[in-house]
Write a protein that binds this ligand. Structure first.
Ligand code: AR6
Length: 168
C-alpha cells in the first residue's frame, strides 16, 4: 500500500504542470461554469469532443473518467461529478467517491502526479471546511500508484484553510 505525498498550492488549476488535472464536472459532461468552464476554455475544443466521444451518456455522481487535456500542460483531464449540496445531495460518500475514483482512473492512466480542485465546494455549495476534510482524508487513505497529489485552491484564504488542515 502506497500513499501519495499531498501538497496544497494556490493558483489556477489549468496552468499546473502535472500528469492529470481533475475537473469538477456535472453529469452531462458538456462543460459548465467554475473550474469546468476554465478547463474547457483553456484546453480548447478537443476536451469537449473527447467528452462527447467517450462519454455519450455523461457520468454518474461520484464517478470519474478521463479525456485528453487538449492544449493544457497536463496530459489528461480526469472528470468527476461531485454531489450538488445546494440541490440537496448531501451524501458525503458521493464526495469521497470522487477522490477515490479519480485516483483509480489516474492509476489506469499511469499518471504519477494529479492536481485536484475542491470538488463540490463552489457552485455545488458543499461547506468548504468539510469539502477540504473529505478530500484530504480520502486521498491520504487511498491505495494508489500516484506519488504526488496537489490540492489547488483558487484564492489565498482557501489555500490557507487547506494548509491548516494538512498540517494539523
Ligand atoms: N482553478 C482552481 N480552482 C478553481 C478554478 C480554477 N481555475 N475555478 C474555480 N475553482 P466549482 P463544483 C474552485 O464551482 O462546486 C460547474 O458549472 C472554486 O473556487 O468549479 O463542484 C460544473 O459544470 C471552488 O473552490 O465546482 C458543475 O455544474 C472549486 O474550484 C458545477 O459547476 C469548485 O468549484 C460543479 O460545481
Amino acid at each position: 500500500m502506497t500513499q501519495p505525498e499531498i501538497r496544497a498550492v494556490q493558483g489556477d488549476i489549468t496552468t499546473i504542470e502535472v500528469d492529470a488535472i481533475v475537473n469538477a464536472a456535472n453529469n452531462a459532461m458538456r462543460g459548465g461554469g467554475g473550474v469546468d468552464g476554465a478547463i474547457h476554455r483553456a484546453g480548447g475544443p478537443a476536451i469537449l469532443a473527447d467528452c462527447i466521444d467517450r462519454f455519450p451518456d455523461g457520468l454518474a455522481t461520484g464517478d470519474a473518467g478521463w479525456t485528453t487535456a487538449g492544449d493544457l500542460p497536463a496530459k489528461w483531464v480526469i472528470h468527476t461529478v461531485g454531489p450538488n449540496h445546494a440541490a440537496g445531495q448531501t451524501d458525503r460518500s458521493l464526495l469521497t467517491s470522487c477522490y477515490r475514483r479519480s485516483l483509480e482512473v489516474a492509476d489506469e492512466l499511469g499518471a504519477e502526479s494529479v492536481a485536484f480542485p475542491l470538488i463540490s465546494a463552489g457552485i455545488y455549495g458543499w461547506p468548504k471546511d468539510d469539502a477540504i476534510r473529505a478530500g484530504l482524508e480520502t486521498v491520504a487513505a487511498a491505495d494508489t500508484q500516484v506519488d504526488t497529489v496537489l490540492f489547488v485552491a483558487f484564492d489565498a484564504a482557501t489555500h490557507q484553510q487547506i494548509e491548516y488542515q494538512l498540517n494539523r
